[in-house]
Design a protein around this ligand. Structure first.
Ligand code: CU
Length: 354
């Protein structure tokens, strides 16, 4: 309702301004050449161009200073550093180039503003200039693309050499399930056709005729990862396009119905260690201050604690925003202890009808 009233008020203000301009225009009738820009108008517009340029940069720098802290904390995976460097190099380059070109654009708009008696110069072409402004972007972009491709292939180098932990991320509207490959570290075959087997207990559709699937473990609440061990995630989707996004590990991969996609990374910082980071502590403190304010107004809110997250990064439906799962990175002993508490597929379906 408030939003609706605000919109009405804004529309009324816009109409009022429009009406006032009309009145102003009528009052100008009779003054000769009121519609033709004179030197004073041109100069004013030239200065306004500079003002707009200044506004852009003041806004950019202010936003970075004021909201920079809501950006992601340092990367918690082995490849994350390479990714962040690529991002930083690209951003610095983009910012520098746009600073130079925008400044020139507005400066020329001012320098060659309209003036009485000034005529535009006819200038057909200049091969040398065209060569320069073609070759510089070509070299810069080719360099950036090659550097990006190199980083991408390094990150996407999924091999089984270092005995990675195999986990399936199963996406559906609107939740995640994680399937661990069990003692044999091999995922059993799976298909949506098996979802209704075993009184609906076969929640990711494991094929019971594949012996590899018997020791698989499905978690619906949390993903646990041992620190410093490579993980290979195999993604599946039950219904629509989803995207497995683990921002703290700089990882994202689409989950496509009908095919298995994959992403691999090595987590390097445990959840407990990450919670000790100054950056994270500041964030947590800030969020809990905001929560305390809302609690004071009667809202039912607990204090927040930092956790790694798996999020969905494709708008997949109405509850997309809530499609998330907690990730816990811990020591190998803690991980093994957690794993022991979980039920295997064989244990889960025991006693149910196929
Ligand atoms: Cu989704």
């Amino acid at each position: 309702m408030t939003a609706f009233l605000t919109i009405i008020v804004l529309i009324l203000i816009a109409i009022a301004i429009w009406q006032m301009t009309k009145i102003f225009e009528f009052s100008q009738i009779g003054i000769k050449d009121a519609q033709i820009a004179n030197d004073k108008d041109n100069k004013l517009n030239g200065y306004l161009m500079f003002a707009f340029l200044g506004f852009l940069y003041v806004l950019t720098i202010f936003s970075l200073w004021k909201w920079g802290r809501v950006l992601l904390p340092k990367s918690a995976s082995e490849h994350g550093g390479d990714y962040d460097t690529l991002m930083a190099v690209s951003m610095v380059l983009i910012f520098t180039v746009q600073l130079i070109t925008q400044t020139l654009l507005y400066f020329f708009a001012y320098k060659y503003r309209g003036a009485k008696g000034r005529k535009a110069l006819f200038y057909a072409d200049n091969d040398k200039l065209e060569f320069i402004w073609t070759i510089i972007p070509v070299i810069t972009l080719a360099g950036l693309i090659l550097y990006g491709l190199y980083t991408w292939t390094t990150i996407m180098d999924i091999n089984d050499e270092d005995d990675p932990l195999v986990i399936e991320l199963y996406a559906q509207q609107f939740n995640w399930k994680a399937r661990y490959a069990g003692d044999d570290n091999v995922l059993g075959d799976a298909n949506v056709r098996f979802l209704n087997d075993f009184d609906g207990q076969n929640i990711v559709g494991i094929d019971a005729s594949d012996p590899n699937g018997m020791d698989d473990v499905v978690s619906t609440t949390e993903i646990h990862l041992p620190v410093n061990r490579k993980v290979v995630f195999k993604m599946r989707s039950q219904d629509v396009l989803h995207s497995a996004y683990m921002p703290h590990f700089r990882a994202q991969m689409n989950c496509v119905p009908g095919m298995i996609t994959q992403f691999s990374f090595t987590p390097t910082i445990t959840t407990a260690e990450m919670r000790q980071e100054q950056d994270i502590q500041d964030k947590v403190k800030h969020i809990n201050e905001l929560r305390a304010e809302r609690r004071a107004k009667g809202e039912d809110l607990d204090d927040w604690e930092f956790d790694y997250l798996l999020l969905c990064n494709k708008i997949c439906g109405t509850s997309h925003y809530n499609m998330q799962m907690k990730i816990v990175v811990e020591s190998e002993e803690e991980f093994n202890a957690w794993m022991k508490e979980q039920k295997t597929f064989e244990e889960t379906v025991a006693g149910t009808d196929r």
